[in-house]
Design a protein around this ligand. Structure first.
Ligand SMILES: C[S@@+](CC[C@H](N)C(=O)[O-])C[C@H]1O[C@@H](n2cnc3c(N)ncnc32)[C@H](O)[C@@H]1O
Length: 282
């Protein structure tokens, strides 16, 4: 059945096209597109087809193959404001298995992190849930996560911390109970982050392309699926500024499709889409 908002009359978007879109998005951005997002994907990509004056999705896929730079646009249009809990799970495993043991070794009592381009807040909340899962008592440490975005509406939603329950379907019942409160009445079907976790995050408006008021020094920065919005020159400047905000030995987590951008920088690639600022870990 055709929905009122798709463009199947103009360009046929088959299940095979959608499967390819899902596969390419996952491989290039680590983002899993759920089945019910088919219309959304179709509606967003059709704008690229029109802009490129192409007449089918097959010709768009060929275009991407011939012009690898288009991959960034592909990820960009599909992910604008799209985020999910534990997206790129390997980053949260890295925090638990590599970063925290190092901080523990150094007897570090303070943890400072930044989710730059935080979207609806799932990234920042996934960070604090990971910390809470890994530490005996999260209150024993001084933890502050800064989460910033240029879009006031997503920031408002992030601060609010209310999500549809199906967005946390990957969590165990125990984690849901530990970190969320279930909505009742007109909030049924929704969950709210528990205040103990919300308190660890400070949501602020910040345009990454403007001057930054804070001084750093962060133990880690997540800046994922944000650089796709900028041109090469702005990306380079952003990476330099992010690097200056990190402690020596601190970690920069980027989107799967953004790894190439960092090749020439003063970082070591230490895991998939995880860079470590050169210098000793204080
Ligand atoms: C696809 S979302 C990524 C959210 C999150 N980082 C993640 O990967 O789940 C990209 C976010 O970057 C934000 N963004 C785009 N340009 C920005 C800028 N100049 N400064 C700050 N945030 C920006 C958008 O508003 C959007 O919320």
């Amino acid at each position: 059945m055709k929905s009122a908002f798709n463009f199947q009359d103009e360009f046929e978007f088959t299940e095979a096209h959608f499967s390819k879109v899902k596969k390419d998005l996952y491989e290039n951005a680590g983002i899993l597109l759920e089945d019910h997002k088919k219309d959304m994907a179709c509606n967003r990509l059709v704008r690229r087809l029109r802009a490129l004056e192409l007449n089918s999705y097959d010709s768009y896929f060929n275009y991407i193959e011939a012009n690898p730079n288009e991959l960034r646009q592909f990820v960009n249009v599909l992910t604008a404001n799209l985020s999910a809990f534990y997206q790129q799970q390997q980053h949260f495993d890295f925090i638990a298995e590599t970063m925290l043991p190092r901080l523990r070794e150094n007897r570090q009592q303070q943890i400072r992190g930044w989710s730059a381009g935080c979207g609806n807040g799932e990234e920042a909340y996934s960070i604090v849930m990971t910390l809470a899962d890994s530490l005996l008592n999260i209150k024993d440490l001084d933890i502050k996560i800064l989460a910033t975005d240029v879009d006031a509406s997503v920031l408002k939603a992030a601060r609010f911390g209310v999500y549809d329950i199906d967005r946390i379907s990957m969590l165990s019942r125990q984690s849901v109970h530990k970190y969320f409160m279930k909505g009742v009445g007109n909030r049924s079907g929704k969950v709210l982050m528990r205040p103990e976790l919300q308190q660890l995050i400070c949501f602020k408006y910040l345009n990454l392309m403007s001057d930054w008021p804070m001084k750093g020094q962060f133990d880690f920065i997540f800046c994922r699926n944000v650089m796709v919005y900028f041109n090469r020159d702005s990306q380079q400047k952003l990476i330099e500024k992010l690097g200056a905000m990190l402690k020596a030995g601190g970690y920069l987590f980027v989107g799967q499709a953004e790894q190439l951008v960092l090749e020439q920088q003063k970082f070591n690639l230490v895991a998939s889409a995880v860079y470590q600022k050169r210098g000793s870990f204080a």
